[in-house]
Ligand binder design. Structure first.
Ligand code: SF4
Length: 670
């Protein structure tokens, strides 16, 4: 009996690792002890050394996580030659693995041959029933587990250049019966509700009718149910051909047969704009045959390639938008035609193309750039991975036209996230709602301002894209800009902190833009420092250098408008002036005034009056006011602290501070 450790690297994925689950079944049949880990072991088995460790691999861009798992495996295995690495990435890039980890044993391709893991009695591990029990060994929860994960065909044979299937599963097997596997799962782990068929291209099978017949026989015909294990109530069950259905191969007959199944959703790839007509035809065939839940994969960021006997051009951002729009518009047409018996729903899933040999996600297609790719990711956040399905969301998020879409791609990322209508919230007080609405108006003023600038670009559009394309919003990049409009647009990409820190480098021209042309931003910058208890003095130096006491007056005015008593801004202002060796106003006195207010030694009106003295730069008057109120402060503090533990010590300290204040005052009035 051997000790076997199975590891799936610590990346997020939707489906459990079928290969490892089958290897587990195989080893358990040999009487071995099997443990499964996500990333690494975290429990009391950490000291244990293993006879064999299997690491699965998935996407090439998960190389960093994959490396970590193999490094870990090598530290916990007894013999470094007994780390077995297989799966998709290991099959696609074997040289990289061997070069990086020379002692490991690589398993290329499927486990469908004798001797793939070099053990006695090994016969086609790929056909074994996956061991669901190992999923209980880890805390990670796969979104889909109450399902059979099976294949009824293998391979594809369409040889699309960008697709890994021809390397992973070069041979097309048109029919694999799943009856026995389902019976075995039912017997060992209990019946599962749904069926996930991981077939690459089921529609290519010349045994398609037999496949459908078997699925119906197994209880996955249209509207079939399954008794809930908890309540016994019938639950609808679904089949998901989760790798998608090939639109090109969908015929009237096959669509009719698919319509006999509990298929939800029917996933139809729309990878290229050139496939528009066949994609629409496939959707229509599905809708006509009662398949109401449809979804698509929309590959973007792709390159020129050939596949399915034709040439496709590298996709453009416009292509992505148009494909989404086609789905949305065609959904309405289908509903007009076939929706009388329940509406048709189409969920679009834009998917970024990453080449088969990329070891990270940074690939940028010919007609794309980093900024645009990032913007698409940002736009998809609200969908939470559930796809784009409603027209209202699509148009608000992506835009009403291709031009609007490109505009959105070029928009600063922060502003992209601030679009949208003002939405009222339940249980929100009037005051809170007013505040939120005011902020919403500011956000929309920022979006409007940037949009106006964008729309005035004219021939400068190309130069703007050239500046933003690498998503590099550093001051170094800013310095390359010659157009005043692009400079203004650029700073909308900077955080407030970055603007403040770099205002000297941005220059007086930008300061004038912020203060005069778009004062909303200047007000926001003031609010930014006032609303913080941790403003760093260094970020105020630039404004002080450019504006001197006008800036101090602006900060005080902004404070009067929207007081925030726990701010440290006045202390930071003093430190910034001191650091610049030019103290125009000792703003610490304003900081003391805040403390008076917090201790209730002065009223709001008195605080405002003191602040106004600050605007006038009248330090003396401020100190006089504070001194006059020191007796009140002393009384308040005495009263407040009388019941405190060590109250005497506190009271002595209060006396000492007030005394000091009086001394300073007397010295200064003399
Ligand atoms: S049809 Fe699909 S599975 Fe087949 S090679 Fe092309 S992309 Fe890959």
């Amino acid at each position: 009996m051997e000790d076997i450790l199975l590891i799936e690297p610590n990346y997020s994925n939707k489906y459990p690792p079928l290969g490892l689950m089958k290897i587990s079944t195989f080893h358990k049949q040999l009487g071995d002890c099997v443990v499964f880990a996500k990333g690494k072991l975290t429990d009391n088995l950490v000291e244990k050394r293993w006879d064999r460790v299997y690491v699965t691999t998935l996407f090439t861009f998960e190389w960093e996580e994959t490396k970590k798992s193999i490094e870990y495996a090598l530290t916990v295995v007894k013999d470094k030659n007994k780390v077995f690495v297989g799966g998709i990435m290991a099959t696609l890039m074997p040289e990289l693995f061997i070069k990086t980890f020379p002692t490991i044993t690589l398993i290329k391709g499927l486990l469908n041959r004798d001797g793939t893991v070099g053990l006695r009695d090994e016969k086609c591990i790929d056909r074994l029933t996956p061991d669901y029990d190992i999923l209980d060994d880890i805390d990670y929860k796969y979104p889909a587990t109450d399902a059979y994960f099976l294949y009824m065909t293998r391979g594809c044979g369409m040889k699309c250049q960008f697709c890994a299937v021809q390397t992973l599963e070069p041979e097309y097997i048109p029919y694999i019966s799943i009856k026995d596997q389902i019976a075995e799962v039912d017997r060992r782990f209990g019946a599962k509700r749904n069926l996930l068929l991981m077939d690459n291209n089921v529609l290519r099978s010349n045994k398609f009718d037999s496949i459908v017949d078997e699925l119906i026989e197994l209880g996955f015909g249209k509207d079939c149910t399954y008794p809930s294990p908890r309540t016994g109530k019938p639950l609808k069950r679904y089949i998901d051909f989760n790798q998608g259905l090939d639109a090109k191969l969908l015929t009237e007959h096959k669509a009719k047969r698919l319509g006999e199944l509990a298929i939800n959703p029917a996933r139809i790839a729309f990878d290229h704009i050139e496939d528009k007509e066949q994609y629409k035809k496939a959707l229509e065939l599905c809708a006509k045959n009662g398949i109401k839940y449809l979804s698509n994969y929309i590959l973007y960021n792709g390159e020129d390639f050939t596949g399915k006997g034709q040439h496709y051009h590298a996709d453009t951002p416009e292509d992505l938008y148009i494909r989404m729009r086609v789905s949305m518009d065609f959904c309405d047409e289908l509903n007009d035609k076939y929706g009388h018996n329940g509406r048709v729903h189409i969920f679009s899933f834009p998917m970024k193309y990453i080449p088969l040999n990329a070891t990270d996600r940074s690939f940028v297609g010919t007609h794309w750039n980093k900024k645009y790719l990032r913007a698409v990711q940002r736009m998809l956040i609200p969908t939470q991975g559930k796809g784009v399905s409603t027209r209202s969301f699509f148009e608000a998020d992506f835009g009403n036209t291709t031009e609007e879409f490109i505009e959105n791609l070029a928009m600063p990322e922060e502003l992209l996230g601030l679009r949208g209508h003002f939405v009222e919230r339940a249980n929100e007080s009037k005051e809170e709602k007013k505040k939120r609405y005011a902020q919403w108006e500011i956000n929309h003023a920022r979006i409007f301002e940037w949009t106006q600038l964008y729309r005035s670009l004219g021939d400068d559009f190309t130069s703007y894209v050239e500046i933003i394309k690498d998503n590099d919003f550093s001051i170094h990049n800013y310095k390359r800009i010659t157009s005043p409009t692009i400079r203004k647009m650029f700073i909308h990409n900077l955080s407030y902190l970055s603007i403040l820190r770099n205002i000297e480098m941005l220059g007086t021209e930008m300061l004038a833009y912020i203060k005069v042309e778009f004062p909303t931003m200047y007000r926001e910058l003031l609010r930014y420092v006032i609303k913080s208890e941790h403003t760093q003095f260094s970020c105020m130096k630039g404004m002080l250098t450019l504006q001197g006491n006008a800036y101090i007056a602006d900060v005080i005015r902004a404070f009067i408008e929207e007081p925030y008593l726990t701010t440290n801004v006045f202390d930071a202002l003093y430190k910034a002036q001191k650091d610049l060796k030019k103290v125009v106003l000792d703003t610490r006195s304003l900081d003391i005034a805040l403390r008076y207010r917090m201790a209730n030694a002065i009223s709001d009106t008195e605080l405002r009056n003191i602040m106004r003295l600050g605007i006038e730069g009248d330090e003396k008057k401020i100190e006089t006011r504070l001194y006059q109120k020191s007796r009140k402060l002393k009384d308040v503090l005495r009263e407040k602290n009388k019941d405190e533990i060590a109250g005497d010590v506190i009271l002595d300290k209060i006396e000492e501070v007030i005394g000091l204040l009086q001394k300073v005052y007397r010295k200064e009035v003399k």
